[in-house]
Design a protein around this ligand. Structure first.
Ligand SMILES: Cc1ncc(COP(=O)(O)O)c(C=O)c1O
Length: 380
């Protein structure tokens, strides 16, 4: 049985052109970007080209991009930097549907005495800007809201929330790990001060990411050292991975419209096929304010985990991949007010650039078959 990968929100493969961009810096081009001779200059050149490509993808200026080890580090830098930096304002406003990286930063600061207010979402998995505005006060340092939710794919009204945050004198961060490369993301349109990018969600390798820091915003580093990345992320740069992220950003910009259209069409086909075969199937979250590639589906009467165990050659996720192994329902689904038993029936299918129509049709058929077998097993 052929394997089908429908877990692109967990991670993406490294694109061949990304690998090509990286390999020279793992071979002969091994210079330290801070060195004063040509070998070092070429490494520096690769980093600065990558910075320009990442900036272009999100409508930023190159000097506003700080390379990190991934989204988790970028989120820590943003949240702990702004709210934990010792300024006059120290409170945080966030939501109940954040990635664990954001929630963990908030909890850490909460234990250190910071006020953290978590705003809930509506039944469609969308944060209501007015509720966020109500939670902001003159002690709020930072509002942090996920752009596209990793488990359910809903896109949050970040621009509207940012407008309200900034009107109150707070800074705005968005975790755009899942949206960058899948939908247009522009830091000026979103009006954010800080934005997180994850390399491995956009066909670059794991272990590289970036934080957009709007010009003029000063935050302290998490680790101290020399002055790489404007002193915000000291340590000799991971040149090959940064070059890979630059190539991935360039490819994402070139393919964005076409791949979004393709993923939207294939997701709709997958959903239609499953709805036809699985009576009572439900899509979680807003049907239209969502990533083009993500379907979080509730299969009635079964556990998502059992369903996937019965489809051994189909790689997908129950809830977030970060929680795999846990029997607890996804915290995101329960934040939507979903009963535990219903939430345990969730399966997340996330499509990628190389997903084909044949794969989608085959995946729907395998899932529907597994669902019918489970139904029969429980009814005898
Ligand atoms: C929305 C979101 N934020 C942050 C992260 C963390 O990314 P990383 O593990 O690359 O640091 C992920 C990855 O699952 C994510 O989906």
């Amino acid at each position: 049985m052929t394997t089908i990968y429908l877990d692109y929100n967990a991670t993406t493969p490294v694109a061949p052109a990304v690998l090509d961009a990286m390999l020279p810096f793992l071979r002969g081009e091994f210079g330290n970007p801070s060195s004063i001779y040509a070998l070092g200059h070429r490494a520096r050149g690769a980093i600065e080209r990558a910075r320009a490509e990442v900036a272009r993808l999100i409508g930023a200026r190159p000097e506003e991009i700080i390379f990190t080890s991934g989204a988790t580090e970028a989120i820590n830098l943003a949240i702990r930097g702004v709210a934990g930096g010792g300024g006059a304002r120290s409170a945080i406003v966030t939501t109940t549907i954040e990635h664990p990286a954001t929630e963990a930063c908030c909890r850490l600061l909460e234990h250190r005495g910071h006020s953290v207010r978590r705003v809930g979402v509506d039944a469609d998995g969308i944060v209501i800007p007015g509720r966020v505005a109500e939670a902001i006060n003159d002690g709020t340092a930072l509002v942090t809201v996920i752009h596209a939710q990793n488990e359910i794919g809903t896109i949050q009204p970040v621009a509207e929330i940012a407008r309200r945050a900034r009107a109150e004198g707070a800074l705005m961060h968005t975790d755009a790990a899942q949206s960058v490369g899948k939908i247009p993301v522009d830091v000026r349109e979103l009006a954010v001060d800080l934005l997180t990018i994850a390399g491995h969600k956009l066909y670059a390798p794991k272990g590289v990411g970036a934080l957009f820091v709007r010009e003029g915003i000063a935050i302290p580093p998490l680790v101290v050292g020399a002055d790489q990345e404007r002193g915000l992320r000291p340590g000799t740069e991971n040149v090959a991975f940064i070059a890979g992220l630059g190539a991935a950003a360039r490819i994402a910009a070139d393919l964005l419209q076409q791949s979004a259209r393709q993923m939207r069409t294939l997701s709709a086909l997958l959903l239609a096929r499953l709805e036809a075969e699985v009576p009572g199937l439900r899509l979680v979250g807003s049907p239209d304010r969502r990533l083009p590639n993500t379907l979080n589906l509730l299969f009635p009467g079964v556990l998502g985990r059992d369903l996937l165990a019965d489809c051994p050659s189909l790689m997908a996720s129950t809830g977030s991949a970060c929680h795999a192994g846990s029997e607890e329902p996804s915290a995101i689904l329960t934040a939507l007010g979903m009963p535990r038993a219903t939430a345990l029936g969730a399966v997340r299918l996330s499509l990628g650039r190389s997903t084909t129509e044949a794969e989608v049709i085959e995946a729907a058929s395998r899932l529907a078959g597994a669902w019918r077998r489970r139904q029969q097993a429980t009814s005898v």
